[in-house]
Design a binder for this molecule. Structure first.
Ligand code: IVH
Length: 688
């Protein structure tokens, strides 16, 4: 008899049940039932009781998920039922062949869909995403997790029970009461993309080796000797099969088996579907493929499994794969290629970025011939040389990355990659400030690469929004020496443009008109458009609101600048050094002379009559664009938002206004027509 009172025992049991329920909702159903703080309180209470009464400890208590810092070695485990692999289909034809073989073996006569009768002879398949992780086998005895193993060679694997216990989506006890005495659940352990990215950032931040992909990260995490390390890795588990090793019966189909497993507390994949016949399987393939990049975890294909277990049994196995299942692979997201050269690109603020030029390679569904290397730290971390064979990865995110160098394939003449001492675009010195990762060209606006970027930024949507002045025209205008700085834009005449590469009469007129239309920018837009380092939209708005004029900003010292909420010593320093450069002062002078007038009036209550109000624009306007209307309203101090709420001051409804207008009417928010807006603007002395 132990000394622990029944009430303590009951409380411990109750806490374990409650916490386990919360875990299940959070990690398996993605549907938390309590706020984190409440969960933490319960968890700490249980931890405290277990510490006080060690005799109550159990291996399946939710507190045991944190793992142990004691090193274990992995004992060998023999799989009672071998863990097989899957055959692959690499094309639609191969999938149809598989389906035909299945039907032939089952004596379902119809070939290639001909003669299909009403009951079709067509086979029902379960279509499951093929998760890119590691297969595991979990044994439950009387509902309790007793042993977990890796697949190994399919016949013997390693005992990883301690590590598996730390994965929150693995039930330590099966839920409900309706389970066989002994049961084996199999599935995939994987690392979701977000967790993988965070883990790699953490590792890179410490200068440690990063993982090439989520699969390797999952494998590395499961192989940890200290389960406390595994516990800190963001692993998940998803079940995809169930087997009983006693006499109990399973449901008649794989699909129902998985529903059963889900009731026992496992995560099953929400993307699973049923398909009848090869055509529907191919549709499921296309549908899943279209979703691939938006899923929170990586998949490398789709698995089709004959749904009826009796048919699975009839089909049996061949060598090491079942005849009743096949995997159809998606295009690979990693391939090998060769780095042929490394070039250095210069950004707007002079940041120099190494870019690998690759032997073109088809990866993640596209042909890739460039990959960013970010900075020289990354080049050193990868130990990349020119001529190296590398892993290129393009997954989900659009920018391909070099993730690993194959050291063994390095040619003897492979060249070390060195940061150039001079800017490749202008020849100015490249400088790297102590402690900064990024190297920069010191040429400022003398550098054509920086000039182009500066002009692109000036014309971009959130800045002065000069329609039609895209990358191509900026290249042409700068390369033909028609434009050197943003001020030169306003001196362009139509005659300067005609005859330039593919520039016709109409597009020349349009471009000139668009540039003209940008002569009276709001102060904050203009400030943002100047492209001062670390002065984004919000900072520019803050500065414009506080100082009211460009002169005041350009004359303010670093202390005065820091009175603006977004501005700290670094941004203040960037602002000072921008305005102190004679070259920049000259550009500002030239802009003024060219007739660019930013709003210089003080921001007073009179000039901001709509201050504190939120306006919403909807529908089509005829006499101005929505952006123009937005600029004018912001000029009067209003905030312009995208959705209507009780707090909206007014909705401007153009032609064919829809749900936003309806909502405004429901909420009793003021509504103005386009004409009403024009009248209002004119009333405040604004030309429209
Ligand atoms: S079924 C006998 N279903 O793919 C059937 N496997 O190439 C064996 N995998 O080792 C596996 N998702 O690691 C199955 N929905 C899924 C899967 C899946 C991923 C992995 C698993 C297995 C490998 C077989």
């Amino acid at each position: 008899m132990s000394s622990v009172s029944t009430s303590v025992r009951d409380r411990v049991d109750q806490l374990r049940t409650t916490i386990t329920d919360h875990n299940h909702h959070y990690y398996v159903l993605d549907d938390p039932q309590v706020p984190d703080a409440e969960y933490d309180r319960l968890f700490r209470e249980l931890q405290a009781l277990e510490a006080e009464y060690p005799e109550l400890a159990t291996a399946t208590s939710p507190t045991q998920r944190v793992g142990s810092a004691v090193e274990t070695s992995f004992a060998e485990v023999t799989h009672r039922i071998p863990m097989l692999s899957l055959d692959n289909a690499f094309s639609a034809d191969e999938l149809r062949d598989f389906d035909r073989r299945v039907r032939e073996r089952l004596n379902r006569g119809n070939t290639a869909g001909e003669n299909s009768t009403e009951d079709g002879g067509d086979i029902e398949y379960v279509c499951e995403p093929k998760l890119d992780g590691l297969a595991v086998s979990l044994h439950y005895q009387n509902g309790e997790l007793v042993r977990a193993a890796t697949r190994g060679d399919g016949y013997t694997g390693e005992d990883i029970t301690a590590n598996i216990r730390t994965i929150a989506s693995v039930p330590l006890n099966l839920r409900g009461g309706d389970f066989p005495q002994t049961v084996e659940v199999r599935g995939e352990v994987y690392m979701p993309r977000a967790g993988f990215d965070r883990l790699n950032q953490r590792l890179a931040g410490r200068g440690e080796k990063t993982f090439v992909n989520p699969r390797n990260a999952a494998a590395g995490s499961l192989r940890q000797k200290k389960s406390s390390v595994t516990a800190r890795r963001p692993l998940e588990m998803c079940a995809y099969s169930v087997a009983v090793t006693d006499e109990s019966a399973l449901p008649p189909t794989h699909w129902e088996g998985l529903q059963q497993v889900s009731e026992w507390g496992f995560r099953i994949n929400p993307e699973m579907s049923l398909a009848i016949g090869a055509d529907q399987c191919l549709e499921a393939y296309e549908a899943l493929m279209a979703k691939r990049d938006s899923l929170p975890y990586e998949i490398d294909g789709i698995v089709f499994k004959v749904n009826r277990l009796d048919l699975q049994q009839q089909l049996g196995f061949v060598s090491r794969a079942p005849r009743w299942a096949i995997a159809q692979k998606f295009p690979a997201q990693e391939e090998l290629t060769v780095v042929e050269s490394v070039e250095f690109q210069v950004g707007r603020t002079g940041a120099i970025t190494p870019v690998a030029r690759l032997k073109p390679v088809f990866v993640g569904g596209v042909t890739v011939s460039n990959a960013t290397l970010h900075n020289m730290d990354e080049v050193r971390r990868l130990d990349l040389h020119i001529g190296d064979t590398v892993f290129i990865r393009r997954a989900g995110e659009v920018i391909p990355k070099v993730v690993k160098v194959v050291q063994d394939k390095r040619p003897s003449n492979a060249a070390v990659i060195e940061l150039p001492a001079q800017c490749p675009a202008c020849g100015s010195d490249v400088v790297q400030i102590e402690g900064e990762v990024i190297a920069r060209c010191s040429g400022g606006l003398f550098c054509p690469a920086q000039r182009k970027e500066a002009i692109r930024h000036y014309a971009s949507r959130k800045a002065l929004d000069i329609e039609g002045l895209g990358d191509k025209w900026v290249d042409i205008l700068v390369d033909s020496e028609k434009v050197e700085t943003i001020a030169d834009l306003y001196r362009l005449r139509k005659a300067d443009l005609i005859g330039l590469e593919r520039m016709g009469d109409k597009s020349a007129s349009n471009l000139i008109a668009a540039i003209d239309a940008s002569r009276q920018p709001l102060l904050w837009r203009f400030l943002y458009a100047l492209g001062i380092r670390e002065v984004g939209e919000a900072t520019a708005k803050g500065l414009a609101g506080y100082f009211g004029s460009l002169e005041a900003i350009s004359e303010a010292d670093e202390n005065a600048l820091q009175a603006v909420s977004d501005v700290g010593p670094i941004v203040a320093g960037h602002l000072r050094s921008f305005f102190e450069q004679p070259h920049n002062q000259e550009i500002l002078q030239n802009l003024k002379q060219a007739g660019v007038i930013w709003q210089t009036q003080e921001i007073t209550a009179a000039s901001r009559p709509l201050h504190g109000q939120t306006w919403v624009l909807t529908g089509t306007m005829e006499q101005m664009t929505r952006d123009q209307a937005k600029q004018k309203l912001e000029g009067l101090g209003a905030k312009v938002a995208g959705s209507v709420s009780k707090k909206t001051a007014c909705v401007v409804a153009g032609e064919a206004a829809g749900s936003k207008l309806t909502k405004a009417q429901q909420l009793g928010v003021d509504v103005l027509s386009e004409q009403g807006l024009l009248d209002l603007l004119r009333g405040h002395g604004l030309e429209v």
